[in-house]
Design a protein. Structure first.
Length: 135
């Protein structure tokens, strides 16, 4: 298949495929007599894997590491588990930060709802800011 067909099959752009080729994530495809790149099922599977990893917020360097894990040795299993543990920890941290942000917004909304109509909006916002403390 040609690059446009591959992009459509996976749901990404042609530019993304070319970028992944430049980064060494996709093997260089062979070219036909017209000099068009010809992609195989191997490219399709690899690109699908890369796109899936990106949805999991796995970095390109980490994807390279995963691609290079040719077998499931004990050491490679440990590396994979460590990578996944890091991502799980990062996600838990982000969830905590987002929950904290949500609570701050709820508190700010409550203050707006209970404030006087002519109160200065900027002063109310800045009272919640960590940068400036107004009295």
């Amino acid at each position: 298949m040609r690059i446009g067909q591959l992009a459509q099959a996976v749901g990404c752009t042609v530019e993304t495929i070319r970028f992944y080729e430049q980064q060494g994530l996709l093997p260089t495809p062979k070219r036909n007599a017209s000099n068009y790149r010809i992609y195989t099922d191997t490219h399709l599977q690899r690109l699908s894997f890369i796109c899936y990893c990106r949805t999991l917020d796995i970095s390109l360097n980490e994807i390279k590491q995963l691609i290079n894990l040719n077998s499931t040795s004990e050491q490679q299993s440990k590396e994979l588990n460590a990578l996944l543990d890091r991502h799980i920890k990062d996600i838990a941290k982000r969830i905590h930060e987002l929950d904290h942000l949500r609570m701050q917004l709820i508190q700010l909304k409550g203050e707006f709802n209970h404030s006087e109509k002519d109160q200065d909006l900027m002063k109310t916002l800045l009272r919640h800011s960590h940068f400036v403390r107004l009295k």
